[in-house]
Write a protein that binds this ligand. Structure first.
Ligand code: HEM
Ligand SMILES: [Cu+2]
Length: 430
């Protein structure tokens, strides 16, 4: 591997990171492969929905919402798995993450996904992936309580799998760098640490703290909803449930991008030939993100007049501010890393670069949507799926493809060919 990777990456790349072990490469393939397979399958469902909206296909409302529920849950799980694999792949050489725990996490998420599939396809569950109470219990004859229980159980397993991943990442990083203060870069910020952890370790610490919180909150609301599914006498406060559900849903969707950022901190340097160093703006950005991910979620509740007013102010500020730290700092420092670096433009590295554009464009759409006067107009329009599909498809999915292409380029020992004329061997740019 050491020999063949030279023409793929930048000539100096081998000085930046050690070669991945066989286990690390297998995990990378497993997670990226599962992510890509889910993306392909769920993409067909997305196409079926778009064709129905264009009156080309005629999915009935019953099936449209089933398909939408499965598509949303399946896509997010696929993207989550792929980016978990990506961060694990780049972090393992430095901090010694546990393979066993990762496989437990993968198993939970896979079983959870199958449960969601069964609940939707055989049980007819169709509330949308956000399972907002009291919708799961007002099925109007469309699905039965077993489908609700199976769907909720499936989502709980996905949350549990992510929880296991986060526990392992947090333990390994804090052990390696000597506590939370150093791992988050706070010691470096206060000039007490001359040799700070690399940015991917700081990202992993922040993401796993948020991930633990999000999974715990998700499990709380899911258990409450399961209680209500079993005993219809249980009362669930709809506002409480919506707050917890969106804390979980928003955070998980958001953390997918932040997992990806951790992966990018290592992959981009392999093509640029210089390291992505930990700097004070990066540390501050991740500390701010810790606060902002946890407070921005309530932009999903702007239309709920019963939501306390202060929460609306908190979330408009947090949502507008959330774009700045990690996105701007990562995109800006990423561009500076590429600028003047003799960046090697292979398929993988081009996709990495393009992903920044999707993140920036979709992120701007998100900030626009999170301003209350505009949200008042845009809520329940296609603007909403429009903005998040931009950063998920043209950001995260590009990075998933970049991750896959990176693995392929390494395995082949050469970049993907630029052209492949019919009947002649492919030209490559070795
Ligand atoms: C492959 C191309 C894709 C197509 C054609 C597509 C299409 C759609 C459509 C038509 C909807 C319903 C929008 C509405 O009417 O409200 C939807 C919803 C959604 N999509 Fe996609 N999509 C694609 C990719 C993705 C990706 C890559 C992700 C995430 C990684 C994703 C996540 C979601 C989510 C979370 C929802 C909301 C589901 C819900 O409300 O329960 N989609 N998509
Ligand atoms: Cu959100």
């Amino acid at each position: 591997m050491a020999v063949v990777s030279a023409p793929v990456a930048h000539p100096l790349a081998h000085e930046l990171a050690p070669e991945p072990t066989v286990d690390e490469r297998r995990v990378a393939w497993l997670f990226a492969g599962t992510g890509l397979a889910l993306f392909a399958a769920m993409g067909l469902l997305g196409l079926a929905m778009r064709l129905t909206q264009a009156d080309v296909l005629g999915l009935s409302p019953r099936w449209f919402y089933r398909v939408m529920t499965l598509h949303g849950a399946g896509m997010l799980v696929g993207a989550l798995l792929a980016m978990m694999g990506g961060l694990w792949f780049v972090l393992r050489p430095q901090v010694g993450l546990s393979l066993g725990r990762l496989l437990v996490s993968y198993g939970c998420i896979l079983v959870g996904t199958v449960a969601v599939l069964v609940a939707v396809v055989f049980g007819g569950f169709a509330t949308g992936w956000t399972f907002l109470a009291p919708l799961p219990f007002r099925a109007a004859g469309e699905w039965s309580p077993w489908a609700t229980a199976t769907f909720l159980g499936g989502m709980a397993l996905v949350g549990t799998g992510f929880f296991v991943f986060c526990i392992d990442a947090l333990t390994a990083v804090t052990n390696r760098y000597g506590g939370l203060e150093r791992s988050l870069g706070i010691a470096f910020l206060r000039d007490r640490d001359a040799d700070p952890p690399p940015p991917q370790a700081i990202a992993a610490t922040a993401v796993s703290l948020e991930g633990l919180l999000a999974s715990a909150v998700g499990t709380t609301v899911i258990l409450a909803l399961l209680g209500r599914t079993i005993d219809s006498g249980v009362e669930i406060d709809a506002l409480w449930a919506k707050n917890l559900t969106y804390f979980f849903g928003h955070s998980i969707a958001n953390l997918i991008i932040y997992l990806a950022a951790g992966m990018i901190y290592v992959l981009v340097p392999r093509y640029a030939g210089r390291p992505w160093k930990t700097t004070k703006p990066i540390v501050v950005a991740w500390l701010a993100t810790l606060v902002l991910v946890a407070t921005a979620y309530s932009h999903h509740l702007y239309m709920d007049f019963v939501q306390p007013r202060f929460a609306q102010y908190v979330s408009i500020i947090a949502s507008s501010a959330a774009a700045v730290p990690v996105a701007v700092v990562t995109i800006y420092t990423g561009m500076m890393l590429v600028w003047g670096s003799r960046y090697r433009w292979t398929l993988a590295s081009s996709l990495l670069y393009l992903g920044f554009a999707g993140w920036a464009i979709g992120g701007t759409g998100a900030v626009i949507d999170s301003l209350i006067p505009l949200n008042y107009r845009l809520h329940n329009t296609l603007w909403v799926p429009g903005h998040f599909h931009t950063y998920l498809m043209l950001g995260v999915i590009f990075w998933l493809m970049a991750f896959m292409a990176h693995l392929l380029e390494r395995a082949a020992g050469r970049p993907a060919s630029r052209s492949c004329p019919r009947g002649r061997p492919c030209r490559t740019r070795a």
